[in-house]
Design a protein around this ligand. Structure first.
Ligand SMILES: Cc1cc2nc3c(=O)[nH]c(=O)nc-3n(C[C@H](O)[C@H](O)[C@H](O)COP(=O)(O)OP(=O)(O)OC[C@H]3O[C@@H](n4cnc5c(N)ncnc54)[C@H](O)[C@@H]3O)c2cc1C
Ligand code: FES
Ligand code: FES
Length: 441
């Protein structure tokens, strides 16, 4: 058991929690906060949403030990004065509540949005609630309710400066040495960062070992520029990457890709390191890391080693990381003067896994390709760069015939790699259209 101290709806609280206890259980069972609901239990419905430092998170995939020193808000915070919050009143007025199961989470996502952006447009509102599913009211009334609040500036409020209580003196400040020791001694243990992959496996009964939290480790956080390169800590979240100015200006495809991961809650929790080590063929961050010649920096008791992302992933869901290693950071090449992008084809806009994805960075002058970098995800067992085709395009004039020849080479390469899969009936024509559009610019 561990003692954790945090702020719950404005009050300093503490309690003892089990090592693998989930925040939803701590709130519901230890603090009797029953507004936090369990729906899917695996990060897909949003009924368990709480705010951590004013940002929405899924409490069903958050270890309670992670909230030490943080500010936690549940829907009870909104009506603490004894009156309903204007957002709650607007929901009632607009008929945005029926069974109410999704409502606490939905209200918190809206509250968090309005703290950051008091005048959101419809798209921004939809994006903010995209991690909260409503199965009976429908989203139109919910969006209308938010617009009602936005109309009256007195009803929205500024982000408060609430910070969590100071963390106990070094109480849970883990060191790399401690982690290396635990990895060696407890071989069945696994590293956890955001938990959005490993806790889903644990909840589905696919993983039973202990968990070693590395998300607070120095060296795994932050994004910094080093000459032409950018170093991204492995524990940096997708939300942080999406808005980081260095990434936006020198690796725009990565910023866009991270912005398409899951939902706001998943992006606030999931890390780039977890995305890479999980090594799904559909992982959104991998195609942009490939076009930026990403290199994984792995550390262990024996020192560190550098492995290009291209070699790091050895097969679907398998990487070359050893049990005794931590992925500390990813180094990428920052690109200037390129047009960059990322497109994800999925069944819907949010909480959807890529069926096909393409990242690109293209440098051209006077209609001549100077450098073309493309990578394709979710089509072959591992995301890949068609390097031969990139070489073919270098120095070529931008021309329909050249586009066609290059795209045909890519498609042929995919079929040679994977055979003619059933899904290629729709994937390949979509990919063809996308690639022509990308090359044409
Ligand atoms: C509802 C839902 C939607 C999702 N949508 C998407 C999506 O659209 N696109 C997408 O790409 N992914 C998606 N994911 C998957 C997941 O969110 C991402 O892969 C995320 O980046 C994983 O990061 P994490 O920090 O949560 O990983 P964790 O679950 O903490 O860890 C994942 C794996 O990596 C290992 N690991 C983590 N960090 C390190 C490290 N630094 N060193 C060594 N090993 C490490 C862990 O041991 C574990 O095996 C989704 C997940 C859910 C639940
Ligand atoms: S219970 Fe569905 S996201 Fe947590
Ligand atoms: S009001 Fe019933 S699920 Fe949203």
């Amino acid at each position: 058991m561990k003692t954790i101290t945090f702020i719950l709806n404005g009050t300093d609280v503490n309690c003892e929690v089990e090592e693998t206890e989930l925040l939803i259980d701590t709130l519901r069972e230890r603090f009797k906060v029953k507004s936090v609901k369990e729906g899917c239990g695996i990060g897909e419905c949003g009924a368990c949403t709480v705010l951590i430092d004013n940002e929405p998170h899924y409490s069903c995939l958050t270890l309670s030990s992670k909230i030490e020193g943080h500010d936690i808000k549940t829907v009870e915070f909104l009506s603490q004065s004894g009156r309903l919050h204007p957002i709650q009143e607007a929901f009632i007025k607009a008929g945005a509540v029926q069974c109410g199961y999704c409502t606490p989470g939905m209200l918190l996502s809206v509250y968090s949005l309005l703290l950051k952006n008091p005048e959101p447009d419809t798209l921004t509102i939809r994006e903010a609630i995209s991690g909260n599913l409503c199965r009976c009211t429908g989203y139109q009334q919910i969006v209308e309710a938010v617009k009602e609040v936005v109309k009256d500036p007195d009803k929205t409020e500024k982000a408060d400066e609430t910070k969590g209580p100071e963390k106990g003196e070094g109480l849970y400040k883990v060191t790399k040495d401690h982690i290396f020791k635990t990895l060696t001694e407890k071989k069945e243990s696994r590293i956890i960062a955001g938990g959005t992959d490993i806790l889903v496996k644990a909840r589905k009964g696919e993983f039973f070992g202990g968990l070693i939290d590395i998300s607070d480790l120095d060296g795994l956080k932050g994004i910094r520029q080093q000459n032409r390169h950018i170093i991204i800590g492995a524990a940096v979240t997708h939300s942080e990457i999406k808005i980081n100015p260095i990434i936006k200006s020198r690796a725009a495809s990565l910023s866009i890709a991270c912005g398409t991961v899951g939902s706001p809650q998943i992006r606030n929790m999931g890390t780039i390191g977890g995305n890479l080590v999980n090594a799904s063929p559909a992982a959104d961050s991998i195609p942009p890391l490939l076009i930026h010649d990403g290199v994984c920096i792995l550390v262990s008791r024996d020192g560190s080693r550098r492995v290009p992302v291209e070699d790091f992933i050895v097969s679907p869901y398998k990487t070359s990381i050893n049990n005794s290693e931590i992925l500390e950071s990813i180094e990428i090449e920052g690109l200037e003067g390129y047009r960059e992008g990322y497109r994800k084809v999925a069944r819907r806009a949010a909480l959807a896994i890529a069926r096909l994805s393409v990242a690109w960075a293209i440098k051209e002058k006077d209609k001549i390709f100077e450098d073309v970098r493309i990578s394709i995800g979710s089509c072959t067992p591992m995301p890949f760069r068609p390097r031969e085709v990139e070489g073919f395009l270098k120095g070529k004039e931008k021309d329909k015939g050249v586009f066609k020849e290059a795209v045909d080479m890519i498609i042929q390469g995919i079929v040679e790699k994977s055979g003619m899969r059933q899904s290629y009936v729709y994937k390949l024509p979509v990919l063809e259209g996308l690639l022509i559009e990308i090359l044409r610019g």
